[in-house]
Design a binder for this molecule. Structure first.
Ligand code: ASP
Length: 284
């Protein structure tokens, strides 16, 4: 079977930055061809995307409602059920590496301080992922939204000051699948808000029939268990494209969602907004 990788740069991200997913897909595929492990290949692709400041994951993540804090979610899953996730992780360059390390603990998910402590334990140093562009994005959004409904639930300890996730799916030459995703979240986020990206079945899913990851409005993706729904269609014999399209078509028009999926038949990516993504196939 031909190995393949598909990497996206987020629902709503501009098509001009497709070179980001292309470079990450190349890095992931090279890793796969060298080491043969889909799980490590999706981690590598996500790591490359996290280091690209144009994307809302790792460096370049969105700021929270206070205009100061960044809290990131990331997760990784293999088709044999291995899963690791971090939620609301702060001050770390590559959340995906911490999510990967969670797989080797007795747990599935680590949040906040515990996740950050694990990052330090892994030797990942204190790191501020804030970029000038993320600040500009926040200020612009704040100007456009002078009244923020979330303000009534503000849970920040300090005073108030003013979306494009990444994901990767791999099919190995032996037909094994893995998936990763990483995000700085959406806009209008309270402190501690967790999206779909670290939630198994919502932001991602992998099993023997394929692997899927979602991007867009996390709250809607969680309610629908969107990635699991696409996966279940593939497990019933639908192609990645037919499964992904059917679930995407069911999303209300006002809700931004994107999906990438790989199955035994091939891979597909689509969104009801713009979404840069890259699909690469290796030799059989
Ligand atoms: N799904 C992510 C979240 O809700 C955001 C995104 O995909 O842009 O946190």
């Amino acid at each position: 079977m031909k190995p393949l990788i598909i990497v996206h740069g987020g629902a709503g991200a501009l098509p001009e930055i497709v070179d980001g997913p292309q470079a990450a897909a190349q890095a992931g595929l090279a890793h796969l061809l060298l080491h043969g492990d889909p799980l490590e290949a999706v981690v590598e692709a996500a790591r490359v995307m996290e280091d690209d400041p144009r994307f809302n994951a790792g460096t370049g993540s969105n700021l929270r409602l206070d205009g100061a804090r960044i809290q990131m979610d990331a997760s990784v899953m293999a088709d044999d059920g291995r899963f690791g996730a971090v939620m609301a992780l702060e001050r770390t360059r590559n959340p995906i590496l911490v999510a990967r390390a969670v797989i080797d603990t007795p747990h599935l998910m680590l949040a906040g301080e515990g996740a950050q402590n694990l990052a330090r334990r892994l030797g990942l140093p204190d790191f501020d992922p804030t970029t000038p562009e993320a600040r500009r994005k926040f200020e612009k959004w704040r100007l456009e939204n002078p009244v923020v409904p979330h303000d009534r639930w503000r849970n920040f300890p300090e005073e108030m000051r003013a979306h494009d996730t990444i994901g990767a799916v791999v099919r190995g030459p032996d037909g094994r699948f893995a998936v990763s995703c990483s995000t700085g979240g959406t806009t209008m986020m309270l402190l501690g808000r967790v999206g779909d990206s670290p939630i198994v079945g919502a932001g991602l899913y992998a099993g023997p029939a394929g692997a899927v990851t979602a991007t867009g409005e996390g709250e809607e993706i969680i309610r629908r268990f969107l990635s699991l729904r696409v996966y279940e269609r593939m497990a019933r014999g639908e192609s990645a494209e037919s499964a992904g399209r059917a679930e995407l078509d069911a999303i209300p028009a006002g809700v931004a969602v994107g999906l990438i999926a790989a199955g035994l038949d091939g891979a597909w990516g689509g969104s009801n907004r713009q979404m840069p993504f890259a699909l690469l196939t290796g030799p059989a």
